[in-house]
Design a protein around this ligand. Structure first.
Ligand code: ZN
Ligand code: ZN
Length: 216
């Protein structure tokens, strides 16, 4: 999840009916009642099962609507105005509780990815391989940017990328295959090979590895 406004994670909302701290939850994409979005990415919800509107709501919903359900108090970010949301069970929203530290980390990763994607346009001219490697090694980055990065990699002619790629496990085999091809091309262009015993780079013609002394 990417939050446009991280500052909402610093907000504290106290439920006026039970005085417990309300929990930031990911807003459902659609406001079930009227088909409109809440206009907020995060909703603060009182998840206290002893909160009076929740405890007394079951009977109210049964009498007024004839189905099983109750209410949770809710506040929108930046507002102390109280809203109530009808919920079908006590577990509503418990699956979308936001972990602020995790969201901050995900946001940070996303911003690094965006900066790297932008830098793809200029990094070859700048001879800066970093954005390319950032995208290739980021499993959470969008595949389009990563594919572009892999295609660019060979043009840097930088053997130092090999170690990082070999030490990385790609979730998708297409990236394993694509980066393998790049490594093969880089080795060929530089008259090098990987020692099958210690994986260090050695001259393509070598009969003995200069690192592990193995006979090849
Ligand atoms: Zn409450
Ligand atoms: Zn070796």
């Amino acid at each position: 999840m990417y939050l446009k406004n991280l500052a909402v994670l610093d907000e504290e909302h106290i439920c006026p009916d039970c005085n417990t701290i309300m929990t930031p939850c990911e807003a459902p994409p659609v406001h079930v009642g009227d088909g409109l979005g809440w206009g907020a990415e995060v909703l603060f919800i009182c998840l206290n099962n002893e909160c009076p509107p929740f405890k007394n709501g079951w009977k109210k919903v049964d009498v007024n609507y004839g189905h099983k359900g109750t209410f949770r108090n809710m506040q929108l970010p930046g507002s102390k105005e109280m809203n109530v949301m009808m919920v079908a069970s006590e577990y509503a929203f418990t699956g979308s509780i936001i972990d602020p530290d995790l969201i901050r980390m995900q946001n940070e990763r996303y911003l690094v990815e965006m900066a790297a994607v932008k830098a793809l346009d200029t990094c070859l001219a700048d001879n800066d391989i970093k954005p390319v490697m950032t995208l290739i090694l980021d499993e959470a980055a969008t595949p389009a940017g990563r594919k572009r990065a892999v295609e660019m990699l060979v043009r840097f002619n930088d053997l130092s990328c090999i170690d990082a790629i070999r030490n990385h496990t790609f979730k998708k085999t297409e990236f394993t295959q694509a980066t393998n091809l790049v490594i093969q091309k880089l080795l060929l262009d530089n008259n090098q090979k990987e020692c099958p015993f210690c994986a260090e780079l050695i001259k393509a013609q070598a009969k003995k590895c200069m690192h592990c002394k193995s006979d090849l």
